[in-house]
Design a protein around this ligand. Structure first.
Ligand SMILES: Nc1ncnc2c1ncn2[C@@H]1O[C@H](COP(=O)(O)OP(=O)(O)O)[C@@H](O)[C@H]1O
Ligand SMILES: [Mg+2]
Length: 256
């Protein structure tokens, strides 16, 4: 007999507003299964960042809020839990645009991620070393001011800092933005390793659909604040219309 697995993350018919009336997300439903990498795709303005912030309860500073629908985490409604309570439960967001403290060193930036956990010195060290095993580059650069490192390194710092919270689900907003393809590839390989090695799940907002679908298990395509299409990454990769209509580009040609 098969049992329905307990829910992990489930977003049900969420609507989100900015101010009184700017409807940014009309109706989004999606699921992330435990251990999955799920891609949230769509053009600029489709509602990807708003959806991620609706989940992590980070809309407030932009005067945004979830106006309808439910966000469930392990079958419990979490719409009203603060971002820090969500972090304590294992959900952390890496914001779009690599927000690192420019004047702090790489290591200080990474350590700053742990402030929500009350850790002993040893536990802190251990978490830090763990981050360095995933991102060996960062260890080499640990004493350098983050503002002086490359864009790719800053993205790694932002991810490393989030990992200090020991998340089960990372909401990652456009990690590829502004980075060279080779660097992005490297970051995605690390994320895949983390996912396979530690079972960390990812909900990954990306405009770069070809790339995201290469690493994801499932994908959702947003269009004007609604889910226009969803499926396994394999299904979405195979559909020509996905590339033509939703993702603004041709399907990558098969090399020969
Ligand atoms: N702080 C904000 N105030 C008002 N409208 C916003 C704000 N942030 C985003 N929006 C609007 O919400 C819609 C969805 O934006 P966003 O979630 O940022 O899309 P994406 O991340 O897919 O590019 C867009 O129409 C955008 O203009
Ligand atoms: Mg965005």
């Amino acid at each position: 007999m098969t049992h329905e697995k307990a829910g992990f993350l489930e977003v049900r018919n969420v609507e989100a507003l900015y101010g009184q009336a700017i409807l940014a997300v009309h109706d989004v439903s999606l699921k992330v299964g435990e251990g999955n990498i799920v891609a949230l795709l769509g053009a600029n303005g489709a509602g990807k960042s708003t959806t991620l912030k609706a989940i992590s309860n980070l809309l407030g500073p932009a005067r945004g809020r979830v106006s309808k629908g439910d966000i469930l985490w392990r079958d419990e409604q979490i719409n009203d839990l603060s971002a820090s309570k969500l972090v304590a439960r294992g959900i952390v967001q890496v914001l779009e645009g690599r927000h690192v403290f420019q004047q702090l060193t790489v290591e200080e930036n990474i350590l700053s991620g742990a402030f929500v956990r009350k850790l002993s010195r040893n536990a802190l060290r251990e978490s830090l070393e763990q981050v360095y095993t995933w991102f060996p580059y960062l260890k080499q650069k640990r004493k350098i001011k983050a503002g002086l490192t490359s864009g790719g390194e800053q993205q790694m710092v932002a991810i490393g800092r989030a990992l200090m919270t020991k998340p089960r689900l990372v909401l990652l907003d456009e990690p590829s933005m502004g980075l060279a393809p080779i660097v992005v590839q490297e970051i995605f390989e690390i994320l895949r390793g983390l996912n396979r090695g530690s079972g960390v799940s990812f909900l990954l907002a990306e405009q770069n659909a070809n790339l995201a679908l290469k690493y994801a298990d499932h994908g959702y395509i947003l269009e004007m604040g609604r889910v226009a299409l969803s499926g396994t990454a394999e299904e979405l990769r195979a559909r020509d219309d996905v590339h033509d209509f939703y993702l603004g580009g041709a399907k990558p040609s098969v090399p020969h």
